[in-house]
Design a protein around this ligand. Structure first.
Ligand SMILES: Cc1cc2nc3c(=O)[nH]c(=O)nc-3n(C[C@H](O)[C@H](O)[C@H](O)COP(=O)(O)OP(=O)(O)OC[C@H]3O[C@@H](n4cnc5c(N)ncnc54)[C@H](O)[C@@H]3O)c2cc1C
Length: 392
């Protein structure tokens, strides 16, 4: 039986919070003072900030100390995240590595891979992008065509093909990518997960301009790119399982902590209070959507505490990660839609507490139902694996 939820943090956790708060108060750059991380200058400014976090072991608090962490648990990580978002500290340029690849590397990596890759990931000396989607394979990830051919002479693999929509791909040093190593095998079985140095000859990066004019996204082209055997993560041919572990982190506990939305919902309530004074009719028209958005953020916080408790009790996140992803992406949209209703054209100028004006936050929120696997696909997963409905 599940143990009852205790919604109070312990004294030790509160002491940890106080330490994090005082460090962030002393060190975090002023909100929105760094250029966007989807620009070359902003990328480097965010990297420098993360190096500062890492120097005092705040960049990856839940990792073991030998890799740059503090060895604390999930609940302390959630506390740290609450303080990080309270301080309105910069978005994490290293998120693909720290929140997606690292949990997978802890599970599937060799000791040599962990020693080699985790410390520079923690310090943002090496930043990662995710090379999964292809022009004809997004939702249908098992349909990827990019190939890796065995080269016994050289002791490795030769990669060819094209990836697209790689966030941070324009500037990242490393890429974790999925390639087909056995074209004869059943679709999910012939895949392998590679760690690729973007400076390897044969890799071409073509930035993709975004709706906001920046180009952090990229298409990646691979022409006879050699990757040695020791850069395969997990087993050859078992890349699908490894990739699903990464997807579980992306949709489940690690990519989007509740503090991101709780903080934005608090700022939304502040906006509402301001609006009530300036333009009471406009405020009242938005009252229900503001209240709903705040409740959605709170529900996500409570649900995350429940999930974390399950994991601490030895359970796993499971297909609930898909329900989670639908909820956080929709909550983000509801918060931003309500803010735009309250602000009207001024949404372009007022900050949203994430590190951008509300309008920019809204444009990014529009992508939430798409990235990390579209919400339609997540609904299929919920239907089949949580509700036990027959496959469509
Ligand atoms: C902001 C952002 C960041 C991203 N970052 C990365 C990244 O770093 N690395 C990376 O590899 N990819 C990344 N992506 C790509 C993302 O993973 C894909 O866009 C996504 O998986 C959908 O694939 P697609 O674009 O090919 O759309 P498609 O798969 O072509 O889908 C088109 C539409 O059809 C629907 N659909 C498809 N199949 C089904 C089905 N079986 N049942 C019901 N509906 C279905 C989809 O839900 C969608 O609405 C990113 C995307 C965005 C928007």
């Amino acid at each position: 039986m599940d143990r009852p939820m205790d919604l109070h943090y312990t004294d030790a956790q509160e002491a940890f919070r106080a330490e994090a708060r005082s460090w962030l108060d002393a060190h975090a750059p002023a909100p929105r003072s760094l250029a966007s991380l989807d620009t070359a200058a902003g990328f480097e400014a965010h990297r420098a900030w993360e190096a500062e976090l890492a120097a005092d072991r705040w960049s990856v608090v839940s990792w073991p100390e030998e890799f740059g962490g503090r060895g604390v648990g999930i609940l302390e990580w959630l506390v740290f995240e609450e303080e990080y978002w309270r301080a309105q500290a910069p978005l994490r340029v290293s998120q693909n590595g720290v929140f997606l690849l690292a949990p997978t590397m802890f599970e599937f990596g060799t000791d040599a891979q962990k020693q080699r890759f985790l410390p520079p990931m923690a310090s943002a000396a090496e930043i990662w992008c995710q090379g999964w989607s292809e022009p004809d394979a997004g939702s249908d990830l098992a349909g990827i065509r990019s190939r890796a051919q065995r080269s016994d002479d050289e002791g490795g693999w030769v990669l060819s093909g094209q990836k697209t929509w790689a966030s941070r791909g324009a500037f990242a040093e490393w890429c974790f990518g999925l390639f087909r190593t056995d074209p004869e095998a059943e679709r999910h079985r012939g895949l392998t997960y590679f760690l690729i140095d973007m400076a390897t000859p044969g890799v071409t990066v073509r930035p993709i301009p975004q709706i906001d004019g920046e180009s952090g996204f990229a298409e990646l082209f691979f022409e006879d790119v050699f990757v040695p055997d020791d850069l395969v993560l997990g087993e050859v041919g078992k890349g699908w399982n490894v990739a699903m572990a990464t997807a579980g982190s992306e949709r489940g506990l690690s990519l989007r902590s509740p503090a991101r939305y709780s903080r934005a919902a608090e700022r939304l309530v502040d906006l509402y209070a301001d609006c009530l004074e300036r333009d009471p009719d406009r405020a009242r028209r938005s009252a229900d959507s503001v209240a709903q958005a705040w409740m959605d953020a709170e529900a996500y916080r409570l649900n995350t505490l429940w999930t974390a408790t399950r994991v601490l009790d030895g359970g796993s996140v499971g297909p609930e990660a898909s329900a989670n992803k639908i909820h956080w992406s929709q909550t983000d949209l509801s918060i931003h839609r309500a803010a735009l209703d309250l602000l009207g054209p001024e949404a372009e100028f007022h900050g949203d507490g994430v590190d951008a004006p509300w309008l920019d936050g809204f444009l990014f929120a529009l992508a939430g139902p798409i990235y990390a696997g579209t919400n339609e696909i997540q609904r299929n997963v919920v239907a089949e694996r949580m509700l036990g409905l027959p496959r469509g």
